[in-house]
Design a protein around this ligand. Structure first.
Ligand code: PMV
Length: 327
């Protein structure tokens, strides 16, 4: 049994150099959250004919297929072909742009590793989680995390590693939910379309190293203004890249744009807050702890904002006891 939490990229991942292995064309930097989680139990049962997968109490054929493919990586490592019973639940809406696949696959790899007594290192778990869902590589670790794009064809060097513990710089995050519909174009398809048609793809790749260096330095120096500037820049650059695909990828709705404007207006008044947006319409506002109530109130006030969820930064994937799992 294991728990993992979603992460939010500040320096974005967009584009794959190998789609089968989920190898990214660029490195990325994220924060792992604490209030949102996936809890997963994996039991390998030699008698089972096929994997039995329950997600939030329901079975879904497409999701079960991804889970089985992910378990195959663990079975290969262990040299077994036992099927497994998997039970997994999230305490937040799946597929609403809150990266449930990142926490989901990080928790699955962690729980599967324990069930098979593989004793994989965190780096090895990160590599396997990446193969199941790219951004899951980062949820193996807590706090501030960097995922290297790596150079090797087999992807063994495309692994995440921690930059700074959550407690060392405990920023808060207010997530403005502006839609609960599943996204129109998933990230894999969006990345493929962008790489094939966006004229900005090469500029995106060329400029990423400098952004990573700036963000890394801002995090290590706990320099909020510097992290705010580079994070909004990376987010808007990723969306500009995707907007220029054919047909263009427009992940925002009107409320998303208003949230971004409001965050910038607050920052103009001296409030330490910045935004980031992934491949969906939710806006994540990252702020210093003393500003969080004001930020939440400002976002709640915007027409089209359905809810605002607050979270801090949290730990990486870890084992749970039975009591913790059922709590
Ligand atoms: O690995 P995926 O499919 O969750 O893609 C993540 C893409 C973004 O969320 C837009 C950026 C990122 O780095 O998380």
């Amino acid at each position: 049994m294991a728990q993992a939490q979603p992460n939010i990229a500040l320096i974005k991942y967009w584009g794959k150099r190998d789609a089968a292995l989920n190898l990214p064309v660029v490195g990325s930097i994220s924060i792992t959250l604490d209030a949102l989680w996936t809890r997963t139990r994996v039991a390998f049962e030699p008698g089972l004919e096929q994997d039995r997968v329950s997600l939030n109490g329901r079975s879904d054929a497409a999701e079960a297929k991804r889970v089985s493919a992910c378990l195959d990586l663990l079975r290969q490592r262990a040299g077994v072909n036992w099927r497994a019973a998997v039970d997994s639940r999230n305490n937040f809406p799946t597929a609403a742009g809150l990266a449930s696949s990142a926490s989901g696959f990080a928790a699955l790899i962690h729980a599967g590793d324990s069930a098979l007594r593989l004793n994989l290192s965190d780096a090895e778990k990160s590599v396997l989680a990446r193969r199941c869902s790219g951004s899951a590589a980062r949820s193996v670790f807590g706090g501030y995390v960097e995922w290297a794009h790596g150079k090797l064809a087999d992807g063994t060097d495309s692994v995440a590693s921690p930059l700074l513990e959550a407690d060392a710089w405990p920023l808060r995050v207010a997530v403005a939910i502006t839609s609960t519909a599943a996204k129109e174009v998933g990230s894999s398809e969006g990345m493929r379309r962008t790489a094939q048609t966006s004229p900005f793809q090469s500029a995106w790749i060329e400029t990423q190293e400098a952004d990573l260096a700036t963000a890394r330095a801002a995090i290590l120096a706990r320099d909020f203004a510097a992290l705010a500037a580079i994070s909004e820049y990376s987010c808007l650059k990723m969306h500009a890249l995707a907007l220029a695909a054919q047909p263009g990828l427009l992940y925002w709705n009107g409320a998303s744009v208003e949230c971004m404007r409001r965050v910038r207006a607050l920052r103009g008044q001296g409030v330490p807050v910045f935004f980031t947006v992934d491949a969906g319409p939710q806006v994540k506002a990252i702020c210093e702890p003393q500003a969080v109530e004001q930020v939440k109130a400002a976002l709640r006030d915007i027409p089209g904002v359905l809810d605002v969820v607050e979270t801090g930064l949290g730990a990486g994937a870890r084992n749970l006891t039975e009591a913790e799992y059922t709590a």
